[in-house]
Design a protein around this ligand. Structure first.
Ligand SMILES: [Zn+2]
Ligand SMILES: [Zn+2]
Length: 279
């Protein structure tokens, strides 16, 4: 099986990305990495949904739909002229806990070819007093996941990016995955599978491990038993499809696709396990 796509890329339109991460950077990178399809997915809070004010400083005051649309004509022109890589226009829309829904309206969602909505941007969306006890943090992500897959934009959602991997967590975020029961994961992933929402394979699940360790069998077997692998196996059993997303912000992660191959291999994934858009 060949990894032919990357559906999670941030250009310099995302305030947190490298200033050099422009459209050409990703085309060049896709060719080098042998990808046939990529999706540009800058951060988005559609201002048709309230609650963006003051979130992450002025982050979501800037990252509205008009802002990310700035690349649309360049993407259209490139595809129209028969560019070698197929480029999809997408977004990583935020989840709003106050509204119990994705921060994107159906009117905007239908204009996106790839829509990602994370349940794990807890550093931006979760009340700070949910960090302890850990169970509260884990439950927050379960609630967010269910809100996302049951929302009025669910049919437009391609995948949940970095599912249950709490971003910028002040403690080891794997603890949280361990705290979630098989039954809770089954409830979430059955609902996602029913809506055709995929789970993203993201290299960050493995990145924190020492690379030198990979060639040692006992470390590979540790990885086989990793909490994140338990989660993805349940997703696969529930009938979820997968997408690949490196979450590249313009800084090269040379091993990113090796990690994806490793994840896909440890999960015994075949082409049929990937989202139809990726095939
Ligand atoms: Zn994210
Ligand atoms: Zn992202």
């Amino acid at each position: 099986m060949i990894i032919n796509h990357d559906f999670h890329l941030h250009t310099s339109l995302s305030l947190c990305a490298s200033r050099d991460a422009n459209f050409d950077f990703f085309i060049k990178k896709a060719k080098t990495d042998g990808l046939a399809k990529i999706a540009i997915t800058d951060h988005l809070w559609d201002h048709g949904v309230d609650g963006y004010q003051g979130r992450g400083g002025n982050f979501y005051e800037v990252q509205d739909f008009e802002h990310i649309m700035a690349l649309k004509s360049e993407i259209d022109r490139y595809n129209f002229e028969g560019g070698e890589v197929k480029v999809l226009f997408g977004a990583e829309a935020e989840y709003s806990y106050e509204n119990r829904r994705p921060a994107v309206t159906p009117a905007v969602a239908e204009q996106l070819e790839v829509l990602l909505v994370p349940n794990s941007h807890t550093h931006l969306t979760m009340p700070k007093d949910f960090y302890q006890p850990y169970e509260k943090h884990a439950e927050y992500m379960i609630d967010a996941f269910m809100d996302i897959v049951n929302s009025d934009v669910a049919r437009y959602i391609t995948a949940i990016p970095h599912p249950f991997m709490a971003v910028c967590c002040p403690y080891d975020n794997r603890i949280l995955i361990d705290l979630i029961s098989d039954d809770s994961f089954k409830r979430c992933f059955s609902a996602a599978a029913e809506k055709g929402i995929a789970l993203e394979l993201n290299p960050n699940y493995l990145k924190k491990k020492e690379f030198e360790g990979y060639i040692r069998n006992e470390v590979l077997s540790d990885m086989y038993r990793d909490p994140a692998l338990r989660m993805f196996r349940i997703g696969k059993e529930c009938g979820c499809k997968f997408t690949v997303g490196t979450d590249c912000h313009g800084y090269e992660g040379d091993l990113d696709y090796s990690y994806i191959y490793l994840l896909a291999g440890l999960l015994d994934l075949t082409e049929d396990d990937f989202h139809p858009l990726a095939r």
